[in-house]
Design a protein around this ligand. Structure first.
Ligand code: ZN
Length: 288
């Protein structure tokens, strides 16, 4: 009696374990499926495959001193790049946006004043994108006919991604950077970039700076120098094309690119944002 009772108990436990395993498997498969589907539909572009070209991208401009220098260097190397200007600066220096667009560079949207989207309302997210678009018009999606958005700080959550989708934007992140938002040395950045760049890479750089933790980070001279050295060293190895050109000839690779959900991490991000300084204008304070 006792023996068969414990056997039955063992059987029951094994059956329960099998059930749990099946349930776990189903949940995992379901999560993977939704993740893949989400990546396809609202994934953020990080790089390209099936191309020998590289996409250099420049955020937070235009800057009256550095952007013209950069445009000269790009012209010398016949490199076309993608700019993600901030609306507030684009309105101040419209001739730089015009010059960039007329030189064949693509112009994307980087919000009106660099708001960290996950920390503002959905209504403000849309207003930020629209206000920037208005300033960039008529250059925003000409000559390439693509609306591109890069989230300030690379910060995005599902809701801000859906807002960009709602307004017809593809979201573009990056696969390579050299921490140029700090005051890194030009040689060091060039070495980093040379090591990391591959066919299809999207490279994050800054021709301007909206805000930073230290005032010395506002100087973009080292980045401009690094770009000049990089283009010299890579001459003949890659073509440098805009994101819309790569969308035509490469295959975009997408990622579910969102800020962490953990509360303490988000709190720390907000605290860092609140410590930022700006070269011009008021710093934004994010409510707790
Ligand atoms: Zn930025």
């Amino acid at each position: 009696m006792q023996k068969s009772g414990s056997r039955r108990k063992g059987e029951r436990l094994r059956e329960a374990a099998r059930k749990r395993w099946r349930k776990f498997n189903k949940a995992t498969v379901r999560t993977l499926f939704y993740n893949r589907l989400a990546r396809r539909v609202i994934g953020t572009i990080t790089h390209f495959t099936e191309t020998d070209a590289v996409a250099l991208t420049f955020d937070d401009g235009p800057h009256p001193e550095y952007t013209p220098q950069l445009l000269d260097i790009l012209e010398r190397h016949q490199a076309r790049v993608t700019f993600f200007p901030v609306g507030e600066f684009a309105q101040k220096y419209p001739e730089l946006i015009r010059r960039a667009a007329e030189s064949g560079h693509a112009i994307g949207n980087h919000s009106w004043n660099h708001a960290a989207f996950p920390f503002v309302t959905g209504r403000e997210q849309r207003a930020q994108i629209r206000a920037c678009a208005q300033t960039l018009a008529p250059y925003e999606h000409r000559p390439y006919g693509q609306r591109l958005f890069r989230p300030p700080y690379g910060y995005q959550n599902v809701f801000s991604r859906l807002n960009a989708l709602w307004l017809g934007y593809q979201v573009v992140a990056w696969s390579v950077h050299a921490e140029d938002w700090f005051d890194r040395d030009a040689e060091w950045m060039t070495e980093q970039l040379l090591q990391k760049i591959q066919p299809g890479s999207i490279v994050l750089l800054h021709d301007g700076v909206f805000d930073g933790l230290q005032e010395r980070f506002f100087d973009r001279g080292q980045t401009i120098q690094a770009v000049a050295m990089l283009l010299e060293r890579l001459a003949g190895r890659f073509r440098f094309l805009t994101i819309p050109e790569l969308l035509r000839e490469g295959r975009p690779q997408r990622e579910n690119w969102y800020i962490p959900l953990a509360n303490d991490k988000v709190k720390r991000m907000r605290m860092t944002l609140n410590r930022m300084k700006r070269p011009e204008g008021e710093v934004r304070v994010y409510a707790k």
